[in-house]
Write a new protein. Structure first.
Length: 309
């Protein structure tokens, strides 16, 4: 019997980490992924990436959801919480292990920093534990082998990308020393479980994408289409975020902020004499969405009012 093809034509997502309130930069990723999905008559899901308790701020997940609603960014279906999905990550780790792709690693960050060369996703792991743990050392993390794999993919905005995982990244962690699934593994398992067809997110994650495509290949999962939006930066060229004390956009009047986001995304703006609901503005922007002016932009300056003093 033929099984019906149930993969949706377009299912996108916004996947915030609840490490603090939304700021201009995270709103850019939310709005960009929302508009691209809705413009293609697609679904748009929200996934809370609450997989890193030490970095989480209590109450931030709920506040992010309230802020999305305040901005008229209404999602489809239930919010998925990574914090509830440990067994799914465990199954993926077991599959990788059974296929011989994993090994235990005893190295501390410090040891790696002392010997490794800087690469595209942090230090390039020098392979110290690849053929077994050194005498007397205990396993801390689990790493996946990358061998001689080169990954090529076409990004919707950043063009054709190529990364040699062995030379540029090295074998990377899939289960951390604190026993939690690493971001690279969790994102791949969840994008597949949620049948995400289009990943639209900030270009700060461009260098992670080849690692994710590598894991999809090893786990026999489909690779979504990727589109990496320009990242909002401050005058020092730093990404807006908690470390750079970006201002929260939680309590502000949504329409002027959305207009700034649309300007940042180089979108046409409606003639408005003020007063539309955020939903009306997003509907207009959905109909007029055109991402071609953003081609090749990895970063763009954020307007000054969203930066810390
Ligand atoms: N949770 C990640 C972040 O907030 C985004 C992950 C993704 O979109 O793949 O930076």
């Amino acid at each position: 019997m033929e099984t019906p093809d149930i993969t949706p034509a377009y299912r996108g997502r916004f996947a915030p980490s609840p490490t603090g309130p939304l700021h201009f930069g995270s709103l850019v990723a939310a709005v960009g992924s929302y508009l691209d999905a809705r413009h293609h008559a697609g679904e748009w899901l929200v996934r809370m990436e609450d997989l890193d308790p030490p970095r989480e701020v209590p109450g931030a997940a709920d506040e992010i959801l309230r802020t999305l609603e305040h901005y008229g960014l209404h999602w489809d279906g239930e919010v998925r919480y990574q914090g509830h999905r440990h067994s799914g990550y465990q199954l993926a780790l077991e599959q990788l292990d059974a296929d011989g792709w994993l090994y235990g690693c005893a190295c501390t960050r410090r040891e790696i920093a002392d010997t490794a060369l800087p690469g595209q996703g942090g230090n390039i792991y020098p392979g110290t534990c690849r053929n077994g743990l050194p005498e007397g050392r205990k396993e801390r993390a689990l790493r996946v082998r990358v061998g001689d794999t080169e990954i090529c993919f076409d990004d919707g905005l950043q063009g054709s990308r190529r990364q040699h995982l062995g030379r540029d990244v090295g074998d990377f962690v899939v289960r951390r020393a604190d026993d939690l699934a690493a971001y690279q593994l969790a994102v791949v398992v969840d994008d597949a479980a949620q049948q995400i067809t289009h990943v639209v997110r900030g270009a700060d994650l461009l260098d992670s994408t080849p690692r994710q495509i590598h894991l999809q290949g090893l786990l026999g999962l489909a690779t979504p289409t990727y589109l990496h939006l320009p990242v909002a930066i401050n005058s020092a060229g730093e990404k807006l975020g908690k470390q750079t004390h970006a201002c929260s956009i939680a309590g502000t009047d949504p329409v002027p902020v959305l207009l700034d986001v649309l300007r940042f995304l180089k979108q046409e703006l409606p003639d408005t004499d003020g007063g539309p609901a955020p939903e009306d503005l997003l509907d207009w922007a959905t109909r007029h969405w055109d991402n071609t002016p953003l081609c090749g932009h990895g970063t763009r300056p954020a307007p000054a009012e969203y930066l810390a003093d």
